[in-house]
Every structure is written in structure tokens, then in C-alpha cells.
Write a protein that binds this ligand. Structure first.
Ligand code: C2E
Ligand code: MG
Ligand code: MG
Ligand code: MG
Length: 287
């Protein structure tokens, strides 16, 4: 009996070992391949910007679009949820972020010609705020892009920068000063995916921010959960008391939209209205 048990466990053990190494090896290979491909992608123009409209619920008009990075690799789109962390761990995020801002700010000037009321909201990785010098680089690079794009004053007031909640846990004076510099230029600061990090609500009053974007996990199926609704309403009330704008992310159904309206959230973004789209599609839509 003992022999048999040993035999079975050895056999199972061998199977498991086999299964895990294969899976792990595949993952490691994919990561290594993507890492190498990412570096080449930036030089070979394999990235593209998509835009997802954000709608004001008072006027029912598009007020802004969030810029979302797309990467087509070997004929398929790789999710930013997969490649952004790779770009962050390899340090490529700084160059990639610079490219996103360059393209977005240039497109903003195009938008200004036909739709001067439409702004753009750009995601900036927390890694670009990692050190004092990275923060200074970020601000200087935004100023330089603007100077190179136009001799006129750049419409910074039409730009929003989305940072993540986890950044606010690095409660450093330099970070506060950097965010304040961006705001002094006219740029708005939004806290993205609000509610998913570990920051406390009190951070909202300490940081120079203009807007919070309530994460889609709080919005989705909100019509089914009274507690979730109470939470979203409380976050919204508090944000309004602090003079912050609130955007609901991930609205997919008419029920979710109804709830967002009753919570007095002022703007929404989600597949119910529009999926992320190309530049050309956005221009056609605004037309
Ligand atoms: P995010 O900034 O929170 O962007 C919103 C994400 O939610 C986008 O996913 C968008 O397509 C998705 N979304 C919008 N409405 C709905 C909806 O109704 N239902 C569902 N299920 N999803 C919805 P995407 O484009 O895959 O981007 C994922 C994340 O990757 C972004 O989350 C952001 O954190 C990051 N990311 C994307 N572009 C950039 C970039 O240029 N720079 C940086 N640093 N991060 C980026
Ligand atoms: Mg975002
Ligand atoms: Mg978000
Ligand atoms: Mg997100």
C-alpha cells in the first residue's frame, strides 16, 4: 500500500512538475518576446492612439476623450494591461509616455481647429513620477513638446493627466509640488481607477487634484447592489464637497447609466456610449 501511494504521488508529482514548467516557460518566453518587441515597436511606429469619448450628463455632449494606447504585434492587439507593466519594468515607459504625449498634444491642436471645446485626457504611469528628476523631466518634456508644436500659447487647459491612486500614497512634498506645477500650467489632474487602490479618502484633500474617475468595478452591476450604490454616492458627495469633478468609468448598460445619474455624477465614459476609436473615427463623430 505504501509503495502504491508513493508511486501515485510520484506520478502526480511528475505530472504537476511537467505542467508547471511548460506553463511557466511559455509565460516567460512570451514576456521575453514582448519585451524585445516593445523596444522595436516604438521605433517602427507600431503603436497607435485610440480615443474614448467622455460625456457630460448635464449637456449630453462629449467634453473630452481619454487617450488609450494600442499596440498591434504579429497581427493581434496586445492589451495595455499586459504591455504597460512590461514597459514600466524595463524603463521604456518614459519614452513610450513621451511619445503618447507628443502625439496627443499634436492631435489636440488638430481638434482645436474644428472642436475647440473637446479636451484630451492622458494616462501617465506612476513610474514617471517615481523620482524627483523623473517628475522634473515629465514637466519639462510637456513644456518642450508644446513649444515645438506651436508658437501660440498651448491650450493646456484642454489637457487632463490621469494618475493612479497608488501614487498618492507616496506623500512627498516634491510630488505635490510637481502636480501643482502641472496645474499652474492649466493642466487638470484626475485620479484614475478610484477605489481600487489603498489610498484613504483623506488623500483627496491633501493633493492638488481636480477630478476623480470612479473605477468601473464600482459602476458595473451597480444596479444589483445597494451597498455598492451607497459607496459610489458617498464617494461622489465627498468629492463634490471637496470641489472635485467625478467621472464614472465603464458604464455599459442603461441601468448603470440611470444609477450614475441618480448618484449625481457629472460625466461618464463607457461602452454604453462609445468604445475606444481611431483618430479618424473621433473626428467623424465630432463632425
Ligand atoms: P484606464 O486608464 O482605466 O482606461 C480605461 C480602460 O477601461 C480602457 O481599457 C477602456 O477601453 C476600458 N473601458 C472603457 N469603458 C469600458 C466599459 O464600458 N467596459 C469595459 N469592460 N471596459 C471599458 P484599455 O484601453 O485596455 O486600457 C487599460 C489600461 O491600460 C488603462 O486603464 C490604463 O491604465 C493603461 N493605459 C492605456 N493607455 C495608456 C497610456 O497611454 N499610458 C499609460 N501609462 N497607461 C495606459
Ligand atoms: Mg485612464
Ligand atoms: Mg480608469
Ligand atoms: Mg484601469
Amino acid at each position: 500500500c505504501a509503495d502504491q501511494a508513493m508511486y501515485i504521488s510520484k506520478d502526480e508529482g511528475r505530472d504537476c512538475f511537467h505542467f508547471f514548467t511548460e506553463q511557466m516557460q511559455q509565460n516567460a518566453e512570451r514576456t521575453a518576446n514582448l519585451h524585445a518587441a516593445l523596444k522595436l515597436a516604438l521605433d517602427s511606429h507600431a503603436f497607435e492612439l485610440y480615443f474614448q469619448p467622455i460625456i457630460c450628463l448635464t449637456t449630453n455632449k462629449i467634453i473630452r476623450a481619454e487617450v488609450l494606447l494600442r499596440w498591434e504585434h504579429e497581427g493581434k492587439f496586445v492589451s495595455p494591461e499586459e504591455f504597460i507593466p512590461l514597459a514600466e519594468s524595463s524603463g521604456l515607459i518614459v519614452d513610450l509616455g513621451h511619445w503618447v504625449r507628443q502625439e496627443s498634444m499634436s492631435f489636440l491642436l488638430t481638434l482645436q481647429e474644428t472642436s475647440p471645446d473637446i479636451g484630451l485626457s492622458i494616462n501617465v504611469s506612476m513610474y514617471e513620477f517615481w523620482s524627483h528628476s523623473l517628475q522634473d523631466n515629465l514637466i519639462n518634456s510637456i513644456l518642450n513638446i508644446a513649444l515645438n508644436l506651436t508658437a501660440e500659447p498651448f491650450p493646456f487647459d484642454m489637457l487632463t493627466i490621469e494618475i493612479t491612486e497608488s501614487l498618492l500614497m507616496k506623500q512627498h512634498n516634491h510630488l505635490i509640488a510637481s502636480l501643482q506645477k502641472l496645474r499652474n500650467m492649466g493642466i487638470k489632474i484626475a485620479v484614475d481607477d478610484f477605489g481600487t487602490g489603498y489610498s484613504s479618502l483623506s488623500y483627496l484633500s491633501h493633493f492638488p487634484i481636480d477630478q476623480i474617475k470612479i473605477d468601473k468595478s464600482f459602476i458595473q452591476n451597480s444596479d444589483h447592489s445597494i451597498k455598492q450604490q451607497a459607496l459610489v454616492k458617498a464617494i461622489t458627495t465627498l468629492s463634490h464637497a471637496l470641489d472635485l469633478n467625478v467621472v464614472a468609468e465603464g458604464v455599459e448598460s442603461v441601468e448603470e447609466l440611470e444609477f450614475v445619474r441618480t448618484a449625481e455624477i457629472e460625466a461618464v465614459q463607457g461602452f454604453y456610449f462609445y468604445r475606444p476609436m481611431t483618430k479618424a473615427s473621433l473626428l467623424r463623430l465630432l463632425d
